[in-house]
Design a binder for this molecule. Structure first.
Ligand SMILES: [Zn+2]
Length: 385
């Protein structure tokens, strides 16, 4: 089955034009409803079962089911409908632009191309009336760029036997594992006092500076020199800092927000105990140091299992479309694949090549979106024959 560059470009352009910024990140973000409604309408001339499954107020997952004959497994193809914000390139982010083989626009790669490939493949199958053993469930989920309530809702409410998550990995890469991550607040307590009373005050900013320094020393000493062979260097960076009240007062509280990774075999608890060790070390030098850890979000690593039949079907499809099998690999950044696998669903993460994600002039390779669509089509036929 061949898909044309034109049909890919047309649908992807239509989606890029529809703002679907996750309101979890940007309060004024439009959310995913308008795009879901557009796609439901686009599918209205097929026999596909289309549902807007409301997950949060005005924010539905778009679910598109192609019924099999009930004897085979259900394959879910998951791509996210939301994007990050676009304040740095608001003059052009929602105006898709073609430059050679690339389409430039907000969400072109991350992850509207995934929705496009999955929907074009399933729509073609529906129109051809090809009998399949199991169902295909395309889920264009909400809030992946937020806290993934779309995929959480999906796995809690649907029976799924295999899943393909589409994110821009570049063909023929198939991600079979990746790091987990946490968002952690580190809170340092001082003691407020008049600015000219150094004996009465405890400067929380000075104490936090010590935490930041030692976190980076730990990174240099432990995490950086010991990357996971598949998933790379453990993610660590400082993200936000807030503290103090005014020029004239010793600051009594500082909050540092960090993002930090965990490797397969670890949990975020490994990182939390390393941070607590830093606290006790600091206390030896600064006896009135008082620190606390507050975990805001904890996502476990993705460790794929049981995906072999899916990978075999995809290999066969990839050989037909691009002349080589998929290449299993690890990755450092987190995706919704972890939530699907955690729910016991064998999952692979694949997708077309792109770049500048979460930045100006995000782009996707149009030929790879076409190839991804063809690989999905053939994978479905092979797995559910
Ligand atoms: Zn993404």
């Amino acid at each position: 089955m061949n898909f044309s560059r034109d049909e890919v470009v047309t649908l992807l352009s239509d989606l890029v034009k529809i703002e679907s910024v996750t309101p979890w990140l940007i309060e004024s973000g439009a959310g995913e409803r308008k795009q879901a409604e557009f796609l439901a309408d686009w599918l209205s001339d097929t026999n596909l079962e289309v549902t807007l499954d409301e997950v949060a107020d005005g924010r539905p997952n778009l679910l598109v089911r192609l019924r099999g004959n009930g004897t085979g497994p259900t394959l879910c193809i998951n791509a996210h409908a939301d994007t990050v914000g676009f304040a740095n390139w608001s003059d052009r982010a929602l105006t898709p632009k073609i430059e050679g083989d690339r389409m430039i626009g907000l969400g072109a790669a991350d992850d509207k191309a995934g929705c496009v490939s999955a929907l074009l493949a399933v729509r073609a199958l529906a129109k051809q009336n090809i009998e399949l053993s199991g169902d295909v469930l395309v889920a264009c989920v909400i809030d992946e760029e937020g806290i993934s309530i779309g995929t959480e809702h999906l796995v809690a409410n649907h029976k799924i036997d295999y899943a393909i998550v589409i994110e821009p990995t570049g063909l023929p890469i198939a991600i079979t594992e990746h790091q987990g991550f946490g968002w952690i607040d580190i809170i340092v307590h001082g003691k407020a006092a008049h600015g000219s009373a150094p004996d009465a005050g405890i400067d929380a900013i000075v104490h936090m500076a010590e935490v930041v320094k030692r976190l980076h020393e730990l990174d240099e000493r432990e995490w950086a020199p010991n990357p996971d062979p598949k998933n790379g260097r453990t993610v660590f960076h400082t993200g936000t800092i807030h503290g103090g009240t005014d020029y004239a007062t010793y600051p009594n509280r500082v909050v540092l927000g960090i993002e930090i990774g965990s490797q397969p075999g670890e949990t975020l608890d490994n990182r939390v105990s390393e941070i607590e060790q830093i606290f006790s070390d600091i206390k030896k030098d600064l006896p009135n140091f008082h620190g606390e850890v507050d975990v805001k979000l904890n996502r476990n690593p993705f460790v794929g299992a049981g995906y072999e039949p899916l990978l075999a079907a995809m290999d066969k499809a990839a050989i037909t479309v691009i002349g080589k099998p998929m290449e299993p690999r690890g990755e450092n950044s987190w995706t919704d694949a972890a939530l699907l696998q955690e729910a016991g669903i064998p999952t692979l993460l694949v997708g077309p090549a792109g770049g500048n994600y979460h930045a100006e002039d995000e782009w996707v390779s149009i030929p790879e979106v076409v190839q991804m669509t063809e690989i999905l089509y053939l994978t479905i036929v092979e797995l559910l024959k």
